[in-house]
Ligand binder design. Structure first.
Ligand SMILES: [Ca+2]
Ligand SMILES: [Ca+2]
Length: 146
């Protein structure tokens, strides 16, 4: 039986992701006849790195009235900021362990404010939103990752 004396880490380097071994069987008695077999081991990526997220370091100023904002995208939403995530897992051959999706805490987010799940862009619906300066002069947007 082939056993490993240590742990492998997929992210350590490409040379460790594929290993070639030659296993040799030798007689214990004379004559010492031998035979061997070649073995290739492919290391499979495991989701062992948690993503980290970063966003704007200063408060984002929002205009209360974004209607007619010239920078509205094709989806009709205005991008006001963005967050980005980093995940050290690799996803070259197996699975998608470095893929992240962004989501906002809906209970604490004004209506019409969303986070694009794939790009991390924070978007505001300029026509229909719950942003009202007289009601809430500021809010903290909690963005999670999955
Ligand atoms: Ca990994
Ligand atoms: Ca990961």
């Amino acid at each position: 039986m082939l056993e490993s004396a240590g742990f492998f880490d997929y992210e350590v380097g490409p040379t460790r992701q594929t290993m070639h071994l030659e296993l040799v069987a030798i007689d214990v008695d004379n004559p010492l006849l031998r035979s061997s077999v070649s073995l290739t081991l492919l290391l499979e990526d495991r989701n062992d790195n948690a993503p980290s997220i970063s966003g704007p370091s200063t408060p984002v100023l929002l205009a209360e009235d974004l209607s007619g904002a010239p920078e509205a995208g094709a989806d009709g939403l205005v991008v006001v900021a963005s967050v980005s995530a980093q995940d050290d897992d690799e996803s070259r051959a197996f699975g998608s362990n470095s893929l992240v999706f962004y989501f906002e805490d809906e209970t604490a987010t004004p209506r019409g404010v969303t986070v694009d799940p794939e790009s991390g862009e924070i978007k505001v619906d300029p026509v229909d939103n719950g942003i009202d300066f007289e009601e809430t002069a500021s809010f903290i947007l909690q963005v999670g990752l999955s």
